[in-house]
Design a protein around this ligand. Sequence first.
Ligand code: UDP
Length: 253
Amino acid sequence: MRRRRIYEGKAKVLFEGPEPGTLVQYFKDDATAFNNQKQGVITGKGVLNNRISEYLMLRLSEIGVPTHFVRRLNMREQLVREVEIIPIEVVVRNVAAGSLAKRFRLEEGSALPRSIVEYYLKNDELGDPLVSEEHITAFGWANPQDIDDILQLSLRINDFLSGLFHGIGLRLVDFKLEYGRLWEEEQMRIVLADEISPDSCRLWDIETNEKLDKDRFRRDLGRVEEAYQEVARRLGVLPEAGPMDLKGPKVMQ
Ligand code: UDP
């Protein structure tokens, strides 16, 4: 079936959905880092992230977190509700790593006094700058009520996912969330959108501190495909078929 392409991002493509108000989210194997300066392919990533994100979104909706996820359609695609994306990346951190460790010269892996939530503007040209609530409300990207909802949801998601990953021997170091506005009968609701996967989380093995996330790609640590597979395996969502099948079908033009 030919579908209209609505948007193409770095790791995903959004197509028009089968009914109004829906979209099809297609997961690619492409990987980028450092604001597109590093590009590559992680074979099978799209298939695995589709499953991992499906699993996590379903578990979150079971505890009452509203999400855009409807259902998985096939190896690389999921049906989602069409939302108006709020142009803010919400980062939740439990352990110092990445840009936070660099900015404050903290040792990677050092515990934070409490979980820290940060907001970044989604803008590639500007390199996704860190922004404050003041910037967000003054420039109208979201209002104080939206920010309140987003903060409460993000902290709940962090508590829930930290426990879920702990149960499979992984430390949820930090992660990025995106939210969208969904209108239902004149009422607006903020719902979790995008994806939750090793592309958007830092996950370290609790025993060995081994990194099982996109940092393996960013920092050329090797065994990148294996890391994504290991996360899927521990979550119990690794497709039955062998690694050959992880290549899955090519994107339809
Ligand atoms: N992150 C993301 N997309 C981005 C930036 C960050 O998914 O555009 C995730 C990243 O994978 C990590 C967390 O957000 O889990 C915090 O990232 P950080 O600010 O440390 O930036 P990085 O070191 O990834 O540049």
